[in-house]
Design a protein around this ligand. Structure first.
Ligand code: HEM
Length: 389
């Protein structure tokens, strides 16, 4: 059996192929991807929880698996691609700054959603990807980082370029130069804020001290880039994939429309059902066995979030969308020490955006064939044509 996530049918629906591998070869060596690919919930959870044997530090890979946008010109990063204890210092500093800031952003998120929905009112049709799903998170991140109004158009353009390059199998020159430019932009912004007081996120991170450890301005700039990189495309995909899933399951859509209190479980279910990151990378740090296979130090591993979230051993009727599913122990945000620090922000955005759209457009319907991007790591739509009225 050969795992091929690049075919048209796998792009439209990767879950059938995941199920076949889960049954026949759940820890699969893919020559094409140059990595072990994991399909079972149990193995995915075990790898996420084992920082010792499975490292997030790509520099430990014996063989770099193709173009890797995270390695193209960004500043040294002690987050995302590093292991404890380094990653824990950055996370502690980031979380301390992020939690109060995210809480304060609630009304602003609602206001942006209202503006976006109002801009669609009176129209017959729209592309929900460009006009809604992408528009929200990028404005929220610009607010989170207090990017000045005048700089927002350029910031948004750069963010879009680098976010789209997050799929390492499709890293392009555009992405590399976008990353360099946004890195330089943030370094300027951070330097400007170094000597002035304030309680914005950048200054809080810049002045934070965690047990005597501080981040350098270069690291803070890199962290800002990581927030754009990690928080833009993912959230946009959650909203667009989620709306598509609801449109394809009208009974579930009506259930949510009739009972808005279901929004909390519905967003978790949409995260599970069509997860924005389908895979997360790890590198084997020491030889070990997994499901009877021998993995060698330096081997790359693609941890199958999307496949784990459809594993029948972890979820009853995993291919059924159920907006009231509880409990729902999905792994869309990862698990363990790298668990997504942006989870609360994303939940806040999706819980505001999806019900507002359903409430404002009672006859919302698909307006044509959705177009999937040709990506493997991040599953998302290029276009979601809808009829609004
Ligand atoms: C639908 C939305 C999102 C999903 C599904 C998601 C998913 C994930 C996952 C699976 C990880 C774990 C990576 C690993 O284990 O190596 C992660 C890490 C991360 N996410 Fe998110 N994310 C989302 C939104 C956000 C947002 C809005 C932000 C920023 C405001 C963000 C910032 C980060 C950062 C900085 C990390 C690295 C944490 C670390 O390595 O310790 N994410 N995310």
């Amino acid at each position: 059996m050969r795992f091929d996530p690049f075919t048209d049918s796998a792009l439209a629906d990767p879950y059938g192929q995941y199920a076949a591998f889960r049954a026949a070869d759940p820890v699969h060596w893919s020559e094409k991807l140059g990595a072990w690919v994991l399909f079972r919930y149990e193995d995915v959870a075990a790898v996420f929880r084992d920082d010792i044997r499975f490292s997030a530090d790509r520099r430990r890979a014996a063989r770099a698996p193709r173009a890797d946008p995270e390695a193209t010109g960004t500043a040294p990063l002690r987050i995302v691609s590093s292991d404890p204890p380094q990653s824990l210092v950055v996370r502690a500093i980031l979380n301390a700054a992020l939690v109060p800031r995210v809480r304060a952003l609630g009304p602003r998120v609602e206001a942006i959603v209202d503006e976006l929905v109002a801009a669609l009112a009176g129209r017959n049709d729209a592309d929900l990807v460009a006009e809604f799903a992408y528009a929200l998170p990028i404005r929220v991140i610009a607010d989170l980082l207090d990017v000045p109004e005048a700089e927002r158009p350029r910031f948004q353009q750069l963010s879009r370029t680098i976010a789209r390059g997050m799929d390492r199998f499709y890293g392009t020159d555009d992405v590399a130069s976008g990353l360099r430019e946004i890195g330089a932009y943030f370094l300027g912004l951070v330097t400007e804020r170094t000597d002035t007081p304030g309680d914005d996120l950048v200054r809080r991170v810049l002045h934070a001290d965690h047990q005597g450890d501080r981040l350098t301005p270069l690291e803070v700039a890199a962290l800002c880039t990581a927030l754009v990189f990690g928080g833009h495309e993912t959230t946009a995909n959650l909203i667009a994939n989620g709306v598509l899933a609801l449109l394809r399951h009208p009974t579930e859509l009506e259930r949510l429309r009739d009972d808005p209190s279901l929004v909390v479980s519905a967003v978790e279910e949409l995260l599970r059902y069509d997860s924005p990151p389908q895979f997360i990378s790890r590198v084997v740090a020491e030889d070990c066995t997994l499901a009877g296979k021998t993995l060698r130090a330096g081997d790359s591993v693609l941890v199958g979030i999307g496949a784990a979230n459809r594993d029948p051993d972890a979820f009853a009727e995993p291919d059924r969308l159920d907006v009231a599913r509880t409990p729902n122990a999905h792994v869309a945000f990862g698990l363990g020490t790298h668990f997504c620090p942006g989870a609360q922000l994303t939940r806040m955005e999706a819980r505001a955006a999806i019900p507002a759209l359903l409430a404002r457009f009672p006859r919302l319907a698909l307006g044509g064939e959705p177009l999937w991007r040709r990506t493997v790591i991040l599953r998302g739509l290029e276009r979601l044509p809808v009829r609004l009225g």
